[in-house]
Design a protein around this ligand. Structure first.
Ligand code: F0G
Length: 451
């Protein structure tokens, strides 16, 4: 496909079904936020105009996916839909033993309960929070080894999702046989949706295989990662996206995947391995908690939708548009006057609330202040990724995640305009304090009050 020669970013789809979005008065938004204890997770969907809380399970399915739902074979065992799904996953990844699960964390849980446990160590470029929780729940130690550039929002290096290879060598020395698994999260969500290079994947894979340690991918955003390799890594611009994706999977021994991202489905996930011994363990655990191996935690129709979505996600025109649209979004927010994490990631724009609201100390949660201001100003729902979500966090960020194929460029422009209005009254914004807090994962249910 030739490069897009026009200035205008256009959605590479037209719209066949529409869903109304709510518009509230400022008074109604203020009342909603009060009721929600100033925690955006507790808003009702009817109170949100543009929902950028997550890109997970919020994408729009294509006409082909909706049509595929009708082909779902709901047989308890031996479902035709499973074989169709399995064939797509084999073609895409080449990984032999494929298990459907209801979402990514179910794959993580099965992995953790079968091959991890007390004393073991998992090394990851950066664990996503559910991955870390599942590793730790098994009694194993979860260690993050991001490259140094990932820590600097100003650094424009192209592959800030990479794993630090020197740190990996040191961890292998320090933990020896305790290292049960190395994982590469691509794109690296917790580090700003930053991609992992093919060169880094190859180097990590080599080191793992020299030591006989399996390497798994957390492949939730495998297609966006493949796009960045195509666009940014020397030597790959002439490669097709399915070939790049296949090369990424070829270096791994297996993977977990939340298909709610690049599978473009509302529910679904995958656990896969090349190892027949691990496959037996996974199968037994799957039956215990998810379901029979030919449906996992899903209906046959979900498997059909996933089979179609996994291939659509690698469409070059779609990925070019998505990357360009998110870069445009980041440029707009920055031009409006709110610093962002560079370079823009694959699924979201991360706003640097710590720098933007430098008059609000970390203890008063500047990220939450910005997230609430975006809601009050224009009904935009993002999520704080800072001291509220992760006590002790280094950066105070707000993530505006972009659901796949759901919003148009006009929705992006509107969000940028709302950001401009927030900038105009930045000096008046105040911090928050937590008034009620659960024992863990507090950001989901805590209540706050403005200072
Ligand atoms: N791995 C990564 C990199 C993720 O981003 C997520 C979910 C998961 C695993 C877990 O998958 O939700 O299907 O169980 N991320 C969502 C987000 C929730 O908003 O970033 P799941």
């Amino acid at each position: 496909m030739s490069p897009w020669p026009y200035r205008t970013i256009i959605e590479p789809f037209r719209i066949k079904a529409v869903e109304e979005i709510p518009f509230l008065t400022e008074d109604a938004r203020r009342a909603a936020l009060d009721r929600a204890g100033h925690n955006l997770f507790k808003l009702f969907a009817e109170e949100v105009t543009i929902d950028l809380l997550t890109d997970s399970g919020t994408g729009a399915m294509s006409a082909d996916q909706w049509a595929a739902l009708m082909l779902g074979d709901e047989s308890y065992a031996g479902s035709r839909s499973f074989r169709r799904f399995e064939a797509v996953v084999h073609r895409l990844t080449g990984v032999k033993h494929v298990f459907p699960v209801h979402q990514g964390r179910a794959a993580e849980r099965i992995l953790a309960r079968t091959v991890l446990g007390p004393g073991k160590v998992v090394l990851n470029n950066t664990h996503f929070d559910t991955t870390r929780a599942n590793v730790e729940q098994s009694g194993a130690l979860a260690i993050d080894l991001p490259v140094a550039s990932a820590r600097d929002p100003e650094d424009t290096s192209p592959f800030k999702g990479d794993m630090d290879l020197d740190a990996l060598d040191r961890a292998f020395e320090e933990y020896g046989d305790r290292v049960a698994l190395v994982m590469i999260t691509m794109t690296n969500n917790a580090a700003g949706g930053q991609p992992v290079s093919m060169a880094n994947l190859a180097a990590v894979s080599d080191r793992c295989h020299q030591r006989g340690v399996p390497m798994f991918l957390d492949a939730a955003r495998f297609a966006e990662n493949a796009w960045f390799i195509h666009a940014r890594e020397p030597g790959f611009d002439s490669w097709s996206l399915p070939d790049i994706a296949r090369r990424m999977f070829d270096m791994a021994d297996g993977f977990t995947m939340s298909a709610k991202k690049d599978g473009i489905v509302h529910i679904g996930g995958i656990l896969a391995t090349r190892d027949p011994v691990w496959a037996d363990k996974f199968r037994n655990e799957l039956i215990l908690g998810e379901g029979f191996p030919t449906y996992g935690g899903l209906a046959g129709r979900d498997l059909e939708a996933m089979a179609v979505g996994l291939e659509e996600a690698l469409d070059e025109g779609y990925l070019r548009y998505r990357a360009r649209s998110i870069a445009y979004f980041a440029e707009g927010i920055e031009k409006a006057g709110i610093p962002v994490v560079h370079p823009p990631g694959g699924h979201a724009v991360y706003l640097d609330a710590g720098r933007f609201l430098s008059h609000i100390p970390k203890s008063a949660l500047p990220g939450q202040a910005l997230a609430c201001a975006l809601y009050l100003e224009g009904g935009i729902r993002g999520v704080e990724v800072g001291s509220f979500m992760f006590p002790g966090a280094r950066l105070e960020l707000v993530r505006l995640a972009v659901p796949r194929r759901t919003y148009t460029q006009a929705h992006i422009d509107y969000t940028i305009e709302v950001a401009e209005r927030v900038v105009a009254r930045a000096k008046d914004l105040r911090g928050y304090r937590i008034v009620k807090e659960p024992p863990f994962l507090r950001h989901f249910s805590a209540e706050l009050a403005p200072l």
